[in-house]
Design a protein around this ligand. Structure first.
Ligand SMILES: C[S@@+](CC[C@H](N)C(=O)[O-])C[C@H]1O[C@@H](n2cnc3c(N)ncnc32)[C@H](O)[C@@H]1O
Length: 376
């Protein structure tokens, strides 16, 4: 993706929130949008943004869960400090009669440690919790070593909740992690792609959306569209880019298979909702019968692993998968996610860990090897 807009002095002190471990990938995406990102602790990447960049970050970031805007940062060791500092903030751009605040408070190593009591005080001061049917504005309050950072959410529904992924199987990969794997694999839609354990289709659908220059959130609405300082003209221009970047096809074949026909049905339905069903060739197939392909390409996948699918009898499956890739897809790169380096090496001893994060309660690694490898 090329640079999005010239770097300008930011009006918003923004922060993208991502899964810890994805900060550098999220920073690279922000740099593509013309921002100057600065990782600021686990799961947070700060950047200055004008309205255009803030809107574009919500539309185009694939590895972030939310984009927040800082509204206050101050020290507070008791409720009196907190209330004084909060009273100095003008909340009118975000909180109105028809939009109630919703506070999500966390506290570490701080005197204000009772997070529910903090939220209660904030509600008393800024506005009552939402009545049924009333819209909400999420405010994230982080208290760390007595420094309070308050950020309003500009996204609304979390960005990782892709609107098209309404059907999932037993062990779906997180959408932002699928996007991270694609970025780590260096695939730029210039070669065929295969996911032979595709489940509900998350990886191939994220790939097809990227290949077609489509945003992952479709035609959704964002919280910033309710803000008092919302700029409809700027938004129209960002939305116009969605149309101008749109390509009519993925360009290269994307194959996705799974042994479970119910998973393939879910994947097809998800792809249909995402608007990329014509780009992905889905089939019900076991990994021991992969179709041979010549030339270059990428195998990118999330095979079953013990604690989530199966019962630990996975060595044979990984060996079969690895030998199929070497024999039938000899020119393909391989990117896969797995919590167990021993298991990953059963598939291919040349795999190297390129990233690590927590997923489904486990620490998992993304493994990658590129190019032709000798048979083992
Ligand atoms: C961890 S899940 C993949 C989840 C997927 N990434 C998603 O987001 O839904 C692993 C998948 O491997 C499939 N699978 C297990 N053994 C297989 C085999 N021998 N051949 C093909 N698929 C298999 C399972 O049916 C399951 O859908």
């Amino acid at each position: 993706m090329g640079r999005y807009a010239p770097v300008m002095v930011g009006r918003y002190s923004a922060a993208a929130v991502c899964t810890p471990g994805l900060e550098l990938l999220c920073s690279a995406e922000l740099a593509d949008l013309g921002c100057r990102p600065k990782p600021a602790g686990p799961g947070t990447v700060e950047f200055a943004a004008n309205a255009r960049q803030l809107y574009a970050a919500n539309v185009w970031l694939r590895t972030a869960s939310r984009v927040m805007v800082e509204v206050g940062r101050f020290r507070a060791t008791d409720f009196a400090h907190l209330e004084r500092a909060v009273a100095a903030i003008d909340w009118s751009p975000w909180i109105r009669d028809d939009i109630a605040p919703k506070f999500r408070v966390s506290s570490n190593e701080s005197k204000l440690y009772h997070t529910e009591a903090v939220a209660e005080r904030l509600h008393r001061q800024i506005g009552a919790p939402a009545q049924p049917g009333q819209a909400e504005q999420l405010v994230i309050v982080r208290i760390k070593r007595n420094t309070v950072t308050m950020r309003v959410d500009s996204s609304g529904d979390a960005l990782h909740l892709r609107p098209w992924r309404t059907e999932i199987g037993p062990a779906p990969i997180r959408t932002t992690m699928a996007a991270a794997m694609l970025r780590l694999s260096d695939w730029s839609a210039d070669a065929p792609l295969l996911d032979p354990f595709c489940g509900s289709g998350t990886i191939p659908i994220e790939a097809a959306l990227a290949a077609r220059g489509m945003p992952v959130g479709g035609q959704r609405r964002y919280a910033f569209q309710h803000w008092a300082d919302f700029e409809p003209g700027t938004w129209a221009s960002v939305a116009g880019e969605i149309v101008s970047r749109h390509r009519s096809s993925a360009g290269q074949p994307i194959w996705a298979s799974d042994r479970d026909s119910a998973q393939i049905l879910r994947a097809k339905n998800n792809a249909e909702r995402a608007g990329v069903s014509d780009d992905i060739d889905f089939s019900t197939n076991v990994v021991s019968h992969l179709k041979a392909q010549t030339g270059n390409g990428l195998v990118i996948t999330n095979p079953p692993y013990g604690k989530r699918v199966g019962d630990g009898q996975l060595d044979g499956l990984y060996r079969r998968f690895g030998s199929q890739v070497r024999e039938r897809l000899a020119g393909f790169d391989l990117t896969m996610v797995c919590p167990d380096s021993g298991l990953a090496k059963r598939a291919d001893r040349n795999l190297k860990s390129v990233a690590s994060f927590r997923h489904g309660g486990l620490r998992v690694n993304v493994y990658h090897r590129s190019g032709q490898v000798p048979s083992v």
